[in-house]
Design a protein around this ligand. Sequence first.
Ligand code: GDP
Length: 512
Amino acid sequence: TFLSVANFATVLRVRVPELLEKLQELGFENITNEHILDAETAELVAEEYGFEVNRDDNLGADLFPAPLPTDDKKLKSRSPVVTIMGHVDHGKTTILDFLRKSSIVKGEFGGITQHIGAFVVQTPVSKKKITFLDTPGHAAFLKMRERGANITDIIILVVAAEDSVKPQTLEAIKHAKASGVPVVVAINKCDKEEANPDKVVADLSSNGIDVEDYGGDTPVVRISAKTGMGMKELEETIVTIAELLELKTEEKGVVEGWVLESQVKKGLGNVASFLVKKGELKPGCILVAGTTFCKVKVMKDEKNKIIKVAMPSQPIEVSGWKELPEAGDYGIQAKDESFAKKVIINREKRKRMMEEASQIEEMNQRRIKAIEDSKRDEKIQEYQLQGFSLEEIKTIEPELFDDETSKIQDVNFIIKADVSGSAEAVRQSIEGLGNDEVRSKVLYEEVGPPTDSDIARAKGSNAHILAFNVKVPKDILNSASKAQIEIKEFNVIYHLIEDVLATLTSRLPPIY
Ligand code: GDP
C-alpha cells in the first residue's frame, strides 16, 4: 500500500529517472528515489502508464465484526460476572481466596482448583451463581475497557477499614465511573482493632461514591476476609444488584465471549480460558479470536472437571487453539474452519497494513527530523566559524538547543511471564511510566521463562529483563550475568512496578 519510488519503478518496469521525471510532470516536487508514495498516488501514476489497478476492497472492514446483533426474543437471564478492584494490600487476593474455598463443595474430590482466570461461586443463602474474575485489575478487563466494552457487570471496590481511600482506590473509582459498571463497596479488615469503617464511608462519599449509608444507591458491606465476617452478605448483595440489572443473554445459538488468558500446557498444547457471554459452547465448535482460531477439543472448568457444554457467564479452559489468542480478545463462533481462516487472513492483512503505515510514518518523521537536525548543526557551525562560543550561540538562538534538552531517555524492558494475561498486565502497568526525562519502554512481552535469545536481544537494546511468575533457569542467570544483563524475578505486580520506578529514578540525570 506504500511504495518507495525505486520499488515502484521496478513494479512498473521503468527506469527510476524516467519515473522521477513522470512524477515531476504530474506536479510532484523535490522527489528522490527514496520517496514514499501512498496507494492513491501510486494508483494514479500506474494508470498513467496504462496499468489497470486492482484494489482489494475486502481490506476495508473486518469480516467478522463483534458483537453480533442479539435477538431480543431469545433472551434468558444469566448470572453476573464480577471483578474486584482496590488498593494494594487492602485484601483483594484474600477475598478471592475465601470465595474460592467457599465454592468448593464439601466432599468434592480433593477440592483441587486450577487457575483459569475466573471461577464460579454458588451463594450461601439464595443459591445463585456468581462468576468472579480472579486476577485483580485483570488485563482482559482493562483491554475491554479501552475498547469501550465491559467484561464485568459489577465491580467490588475493596477498601481496608484501617487504611481508607488510597491512590489505587481512586484509580478504581475512575475505572468504575468511566465504564458505568455498578459498584459494591466492601470495607475489609473490619476485624482489626484500628478499623474505622465509618471514616471509609465518609472518604468514599467525598470521592464521588454515592454510598448507601448517606442515602445513595451504592451498597456498602463491612467484611473481614480473614474471619469471614460479612462475606455472606457481600455475596447476597451482589445477587441483589444483579437482579436489579436484569442481566440477559441468548443461551442458545452462536457463541461469543472473552479470552481471559492463554498459555501452552503440557499434554494439551495451546489452551485459553474463555468466558462465554452468549450461546452454548461445545466441543467441535469453531471459535475465532483475534488472528487465530480454535476447534474446541477439551473444555475444563476451574475444578479441572471436563465440561460438555459451557453456558453464558461460565469460564472454561479450552484446548484446540492453532495459536495462542491474547487476553481480552473477543471470540465468536464461525460456521466452519474455512470461514475462520478467511476472517483471520483478512485480519492479518489489516494488521500488517496498519503496522506498515505506522512504520512508514515513523520513517518519514525520522527523515524529517534528520533534515532539521542537520540544518541546525549547519547553523551552529556557521556561528562558530564567525567566532561565537556555544554559550554565546545559546543566548542568541536558544531554540537551536531546544531539542537537546527535551530529549526523553527511553529505558527498555523485556517482559517474560507465566501466562499471556499477566504478560499483558505487566506491560500495561509499566509502559510509559516515568516523566519527561526518562520513560519506560516495553520492547516485547512473551510467555515463558527468559531464554538466551532474550538475553541477546536485551544486550542489543540495553534492556532489563523482568520475569513475572516464571522461574529463571540457573544457566540463563549465569549467561545473563556474563552478558551483564539484569534479570529480575517478581511474583507481585506492585513490587515489579516499584522496581521499575526505582530503575527509572536511577537513570535521571543528576541535578547540578
Ligand atoms: P491485595 O494486595 O489487595 O490482594 O491484598 P491481600 O489479599 O494480599 O492482603 C494483604 C494483607 O492483608 C495480607 O497480609 C492479608 O492476610 C491481610 N488481610 C486481608 N484481609 C484481611 C482481613 O479481613 N483482616 C485482617 N486482619 N487482615 C487481612
